[in-house]
Design a protein around this ligand. Structure first.
Ligand SMILES: NC(=O)c1ccc[n+]([C@@H]2O[C@H](COP(=O)([O-])OP(=O)(O)OC[C@H]3O[C@@H](n4cnc5c(N)ncnc54)[C@H](O)[C@@H]3O)[C@@H](O)[C@H]2O)c1
Ligand SMILES: [Zn+2]
Length: 384
């Protein structure tokens, strides 16, 4: 895996002082997603919402449309809006209905209609303030509204902060499958304010930890071991622990996206546990199991499959199971019969030419993609 050293830079906060004279949070760190002319910063820190105007270089008269939902707005909208308005920007807000069940064509249509009615022009920046649902819908709206307008991600769930806000995948669900309608559309910036996690329900925090564990499992054994040691601190929302976990996760995601934006190769590794996970989500009905919960059980299935098809040591599977359990996440899928599993997984978009394609681990910290995995091995690994 050759990552050009310049594709990812850790930029120092550099003693930045805002125009209003207020210093930026000193603990803010910045990563860069190295995508040439579409490169963008990921800023991580506490209290970034109230500095958003400066961080996004908002100008007098510039228009922003903040897309969020009522729950998130109640907790986190005010400082963001105030910070943009302080710089003379014009701010509109659109509230979406909450939940995965609303990540669909109807919600997208309503959002586009609201934008057209408000006469949003192409110079307007769409700001997604929320979890993966808000980010995916708002990002897709930005991709297709008048053939594309700028957008910014301000993720407020752990899952969105470590995963969905970075990398430019946007979209909605279709009754026939999850995330089947969408576009690649990179944000101009990602602002991760870890203070927003203070209001995040515990179940959502745990779900986000599934993706954090995933990064360790596929790419970084040392990080995996760090998560094992620091799970109690992460569950207690310790700022330093969360910041490290988010920083390391975003670094890995940014590296992979910079190397393979369109998922021609390496980016597929991020789907570890997801073929099983998507099947669980579809079988249970979207929103019944949280995405992270389904991915957690899916990673256990994928590890057992890895034992069969590429010799993953059983002791490593056990470490993964223990860590997932320590995060309070499910370590086994719900009861689904074998035929249904196969049918659901064949529906997944990661099936190519009828063959089952899986991300497997040959050891913790090292994943690869395997084509032509026999269905019998897949069903056997679920049964175990
Ligand atoms: N685009 C990608 O690359 C990508 C990657 C992974 C997941 N996803 C998508 O992300 C979605 C899941 O995202 P999610 O887990 O963030 O779920 P979510 O967006 O549904 O948010 C979870 C819940 O938490 C609430 N919430 C959000 N922030 C809060 C806060 N700070 N305080 C209190 N409540 C808050 C939300 O209103 C919601 O009820 C799925 O649709 C999944 O497909 C996309
Ligand atoms: Zn995921």
């Amino acid at each position: 895996m050759n990552i050009p050293p310049r594709s990812l830079r850790s930029l120092p906060p550099g003693g930045l002082v805002s125009r209003s004279g207020r210093p930026f949070p000193t603990d803010m760190t910045t990563l860069e997603v190295g995508l040439a002319d579409r490169a963008y910063p990921i800023r991580i820190g506490k209290g970034l919402l109230s500095n958003a105007g400066e961080l996004l270089r908002a100008k007098a008269g510039q228009r922003f449309v903040i897309v969020t939902n009522a729950i998130i707005a109640a907790h986190h909208l005010a400082p963001l809006k105030a910070s943009l308005r302080e710089r003379g920007a014009h701010v509109d807000v659109v509230l979406l209905p909450d939940g995965e069940a609303h990540k669909n064509q109807k919600t997208l249509d309503d959002l586009l209609t609201r934008m057209l009615e408000a006469r949003v022009e192409r110079a307007t920046t769409l700001v997604a303030l929320g979890g993966g649902v808000v980010g995916d819908i708002a990002g897709f709206a930005a991709a297709i509204y008048q053939r594309g307008i700028p957008f910014v991600q301000i993720p407020t769930t752990l899952l969105a902060q470590v995963d969905s806000s970075v990398g430019g995948k946007t979209g909605i669900n279709h009754p026939l499958g999850k995330n089947l309608i969408g576009a690649f559309w990179q944000p101009r910036a990602v602002l991760i304010d870890i203070a927003t996690l203070a209001t995040l329900p515990e179940r959502e925090l745990r779900a986000g930890l599934a993706e954090v564990i995933k990064y360790g499992a596929i790419r970084d054994a040392q990080f995996f071991a760090w998560i094992e040691t620091n799970m109690p601190a992460l569950l207690a929302k310790d700022s330093a622990a969360l910041t490290h976990a988010i920083h390391r996760s975003c670094t890995i995601k940014a590296e992979i996206v910079a190397a393979d934006e369109r998922e021609a190769g390496e980016r597929a590794l991020l789907n570890f546990g997801h073929t099983f996970g998507h099947a669980i989500e579809a079988a249970q009905g979207y929103g019944e199991w949280l995405h992270g919960e389904a991915v957690a059980a899916g990673m256990v299935c994928a590890a057992r499959l890895s034992e069969r098809v590429c010799g993953l040591d059983a002791s490593e599977t056990n470490r993964l199971v223990k860590l997932i359990a320590a995060a309070g996440l499910p370590t086994a899928p719900p009861p689904i019969n074998a035929e249904r599993w196969v049918e659901l997984m064949r529906r997944d978009k990661k099936v190519e030419r009828g063959a089952m394609r899986f991300v497997v681990l040959d050891r913790l910290g090292h994943a690869s993609v395997l084509d032509d995995v026999p269905v019998s091995d897949v069903t056997a690994s679920i049964a175990s």
